[in-house]
Design a protein around this ligand. Structure first.
Ligand code: AMP
Length: 214
C-alpha cells in the first residue's frame, strides 16, 4: 500500500494513528495541521495569514492550503514514497487537486481509512488533551504530568482545543469533510474504524488493513 488517506473528525485519533503507521511501517507522514502549526510558530508569511483561521477552528481557504500542500508534495517527491495523508484532503476540491498531482506521476490513492467518533466523545476527548510542541505526541487529559514521555518537552494545550472552537470544528467537519467520504466511496477502498477503541486496538486494525491490502 503506497498512498493512504486518513479521514476523521477532530479528536478521532487520526493523527496518532498516522504517526504509528509512520513509526511501524516506515510511511512518510504528511500531517497538514502540524505543518501549518510549524508555519505559525516560525511566524512566516503563511503562518501569519492562517493563524486567524486555525485558532478559530475554521478551514484555511482551499487556494492557500492546496498550493502549500501540492508544493510540499512536489518538493519532497512524495509521489515516489509510501505516504500517509493526515488532514489533507478535507474537502472534495482538495481531493481533486491531490488526484491531479498524483496522476502527473501516474500514481493514485490506494485506500482511505475513516475513523469515526460521536460529537460527545470528540468534545470529551479534545477539551482536555495536551500535545507536545516538539515531537507532536498527543496525550489525554488525565495524563499525570505535563511533560512529554517521548522527548521530555513541556506539553501545551492547542489554542483550538476549547469547547466553542471544538464545536465549530465538528460542524465544519460534518459540512465540508463528510461529503468527501461519499466521494471516495465511489473511487477507492474505504475502511471505517470505530474511534472509541483504544490506541493499540485501533493501530492493530489499521496494520491489518494496510497489510491485507498490500
Ligand atoms: P488538525 O491538526 O488536522 O486538526 O488541523 C488543525 C487546523 O488546521 C484545522 O482545524 C484547520 O484550521 C487547519 N487545516 C488543517 N488541514 C486543513 C485542510 N486540509 N484544509 C483546510 N484547513 C486545514
Amino acid at each position: 500500500m503506497n498512498k493512504v488517506i486518513f479521514i476523521g473528525p477532530p479528536g478521532s485519533g487520526k493523527g496518532t494513528q498516522a504517526s504509528l503507521l509512520k513509526e511501524n511501517l516506515d510511511y512518510f507522514l504528511l500531517s497538514t495541521g502540524d505543518l501549518l502549526r510549524e508555519e505559525m510558530k516560525n511566524d512566516t508569511n503563511l503562518g501569519k495569514e492562517i493563524k486567524h483561521y486555525i485558532n478559530n477552528g475554521l478551514f484555511v481557504p482551499d487556494e492557500i492550503i492546496t498550493d502549500f500542500i501540492i508544493d510540499y508534495i512536489e518538493k519532497n517527491e512524495l509521489h515516489k514514497k509510501k505516504v500517509v495523508f493526515d488532514g489533507f484532503p478535507r474537502r472534495i476540491a482538495q481531493a481533486k487537486a491531490l488526484e491531479e498531482q498524483l496522476v502527473k506521476y501516474k500514481r493514485d490513492i490506494d485506500c482511505v481509512i475513516m475513523i469515526d467518533l460521536s460529537d460527545d466523545d470528540i468534545i470529551k476527548r479534545l477539551s482536555g488533551r495536551k500535545s507536545c510542541p516538539s515531537c507532536k505526541a498527543v496525550y489525554p487529559a488525565d495524563k499525570s504530568n505535563d511533560i512529554c514521555d517521548k522527548c521530555k518537552t513541556a506539553l501545551i494545550k492547542r489554542a483550538d482545543d476549547n469547547v466553542n472552537t471544538i464545536k465549530k470544528r465538528i460542524k465544519i467537519y460534518n459540512k465540508e469533510t463528510f461529503p468527501l467520504i461519499e466521494y471516495y466511496k465511489n473511487k477507492y477502498k474505504i475502511f471505517k474504524i470505530d474511534g472509541r477503541e483504544n490506541i493499540e486496538n485501533t493501530h492493530s486494525r489499521i496494520m491489518e488493513i494496510v497489510s491485507n491490502n498490500e
